[in-house]
Design a protein around this ligand. Structure first.
Ligand code: ADP
Ligand code: MG
Length: 389
């Protein structure tokens, strides 16, 4: 099971910059600011002119939230509306679940519900893609206290809907109930794959190459920027920070995208990874999972770590070591996999993929080989919901 990162998502009133930024779901920064204020007023509305969930009742609510979702997959035989969904895959079925709890995994004073809905789906789809599978359906279960009006759940479902459309997955069911305090969301993602295509964490062999998609550390640095801006805002509510220089990293934090394209790409070039995992907790922690499950060691090369220039400049600004950020920053949702050396020619030069190391015999251990050619043992410093608070 994937542990959802616990750092606070910062989504703050200081987003009062007027430029148009595509990382805001379905709008620009002005909308985003409005969205934030809207949500705050929603929760603090003394006049009670929001629609309370009680007025609709459970069935009215489910119907209202889900009526715009339609089924796109043939395998979705029956979706919402019966005691259970019916799914008919022609291949192996892949299932993964995450449970997200307000105050533990997300903080609504910073995070707009639309983003939360989108990100909650991404986190699950990322696990399906890490099995080298196609995601086809999701179920969404929520528990909310009476502090949430209908409008809040509409926001959450608009993010879920956007994710379903973009990633072509069907919402086929869920559960809706009340909680005494706060919001809980549990999403289950379902997918399919030919057994021959499924990539477990167990298949890496000594001498396999270690490959990562995209680049690393962006989501963590985006969080640093957002937290700093929040501090600035707390001191001076009239401050007008310019986030223009940080667009990429802020986007990585607020609107992560699961790497649906990578299993597709690998299929197209006829490369089957020997093992694969998604990067939710941080590169070093995921490498250690692969090593443990496959019973191998690893040499990871510092000079190969893919870093976006904005991550490097933000690290300089925040006086953080970019290698440490790449190794330990969570929430990048990239895919990390191993391939046989004979497949190197197929992935060589691909702009989405970087070879960052190779696997060794288990007895050699897992190490970072620094630019100065020193070997440092890798430790898991990724996010852990039990020790990071
Ligand atoms: P049951 O009482 O059998 O659990 P429910 O009344 O909870 O049924 O749900 C009715 C239908 O609505 C089912 O198809 C269920 O999967 C779906 N559903 C319930 N809650 C949600 C939700 N939050 N999101 C999506 N579908 C939901
Ligand atoms: Mg139910």
């Amino acid at each position: 099971m994937l542990v959802y990162p616990t750092q606070k998502m910062v989504f703050i009133p200081s987003f009062r910059y007027n430029g148009v930024h595509h990382y805001i779901l379905g709008g620009n920064l002005k909308d985003c600011h409005a969205n934030y204020l809207y949500f705050c007023s929603m929760l603090e509305d003394k006049k009670q002119d929001r629609v309370s969930l009680e007025t609709l009742g459970e069935f009215g609510l489910i119907n209202h939230l889900t009526e715009h979702f339609s089924l796109q997959h043939k395998s979705s035989v029956k979706g919402i509306g019966d005691d259970a969904a019916v799914i008919m895959h022609s291949q192996k079925t892949i299932v993964t679940t995450d449970l997200l709890i307000e105050g533990v995994h997300f903080d609504l004073s910073y995070m707009p519900l639309k983003h939360l809905g989108y990100k909650a789906v991404m986190v699950n789809l990322s696990d399906v893609y890490a099995m080298n599978a196609t995601a086809t359906q999701i179920t969404v279960s929520i528990a909310v206290s009476n502090r949430f009006p209908l409008e809040a759940l509409e926001e959450l479902y608009s993010g879920i809907s956007l994710a379903c459309e973009k990633y072509k997955v069907d919402l086929v069911g869920g559960d809706t109930t009340s909680s005494q305090k706060g919001m809980l969301i549990s999403i289950t993602a379902i997918g399919e794959a030919d057994e021959k295509e499924i990539t477990y964490r167990t298949g890496a062999k000594p001498n396999d190459l270690l490959v990562v998609s995209g680049d690393l550390g962006g989501a963590y640095m985006g969080l640093q920027v957002l937290e700093r801006e929040k501090e600035v805002f707390n001191v001076n509510p009239n401050s007008q920070p310019d986030l223009e220089h940080y667009t990429y990293i802020v986007e990585r934090q607020l609107k992560p995208e699961a790497r649906k394209d990578i299993p597709e790409l690998l299929k197209a070039i006829a490369v089957k990874p020997t093992a694969m995992i998604d990067i939710s907790d941080g590169l070093s922690s995921e490498i250690l999972h692969l090593c443990k499950n496959s019973v191998v060691g690893c040499n990871l090369f510092e000079d190969k770590l893919p870093l976006d220039p904005t991550v490097i400049s933000a690290c300089e600004e925040f006086n953080l070591d970019s290698t440490l950020v790449a190794l330990s920053g969570g929430e990048d949702y990239e895919l990390l996999f191993t391939i046989d050396q004979k497949d190197f020619d197929h992935i060589k030069g691909n702009p989405h993929l970087t070879v960052i190391g190779h696997m060794t015999d288990a007895s050699m251990g897992a190490h970072l080989v620094t630019r100065g050619d020193t070997k440092i043992p890798l430790t898991a410093q990724g996010w852990n919901s039990f020790n990071s608070r």
